[in-house]
Design a protein around this ligand. Structure first.
Ligand code: GRF
Length: 190
């Protein structure tokens, strides 16, 4: 599930090849013109859109529409990849144990937004990303993998984000591969 450029979705999709036991079945976006939708189509992956703006003030309706679109594809695992809407217990309960997310911080540090700016403001020597199971607690589920990068002199939120994104594209596929094999041993990179 995506909301934007879908670079993590592309990394995941491209990793599901050869002897990998999983294959992508759907790319679902809440944003009709998300750049990742064209990338998914170019990869031959079915796409769907559930525009959250059509459900203003009706979060249950939005989540029910997401679930309907997903049920049509019957996924075994759902990967949130740059998906920028909060999902409530209605959704996380329906798909419990099968939803992963990548978050651009070393959880439990910096749940929520603006993670790189917060790491820089705190003077952290390192930053990174985490893949975790999605529960009703925002960015709070069990961590299944982390990748660390150094914070360098002169770093800006953008330069740090770019360094972390490279690691995201390695970490998420590695975690997914273990997860689909039923292995929850955390993947630790960098
Ligand atoms: C990434 O920084 C990811 O950590 C966050 O969304 C950003 C964009 O990801 N969840 P993508 O390029 O849309 O996969």
């Amino acid at each position: 599930m995506i909301s934007g450029s879908g670079s993590n979705m592309v990394a995941l999709a491209e990793s599901m090849a050869g002897d990998h036991p999983a294959r992508p079945v759907l790319v679902l976006s809440n944003v009709p013109d998300a750049g990742g939708l064209a990338k998914a189509e170019a990869l031959g992956i079915a796409t769907a859109v559930v525009d959250h703006r059509a459900f203003k003030g009706d979060r249950p309706g939005f989540e029910a529409a997401l679930t309907a679109a997903l049920e049509a594809a019957a996924p075994d695992v759902i990967c949130l990849a740059g998906f920028m809407r909060i999902l409530t217990r209605r959704f996380t309960g329906r798909w419990a144990g099968r939803v992963l997310n990548i978050h651009p911080s070393l959880l439990p540090k910096y749940p929520g937004l603006h993670t790189h700016a917060r790491a820089l403001d705190a003077g952290d020597a390192e930053a990174g990303c985490s893949v975790h199971e999605v529960t009703e607690d925002l960015d709070g589920g069990p961590v299944l993998g982390q990748a660390r990068v150094p914070v360098l002199p002169g770093d800006t939120p953008d330069s740090l984000a770019a360094r972390v994104l490279v690691e995201e594209h390695k970490l998420y596929p590695a975690v997914l591969r273990r997860f689909v094999a039923g292995d929850r041993t955390p993947v630790l990179l960098g």
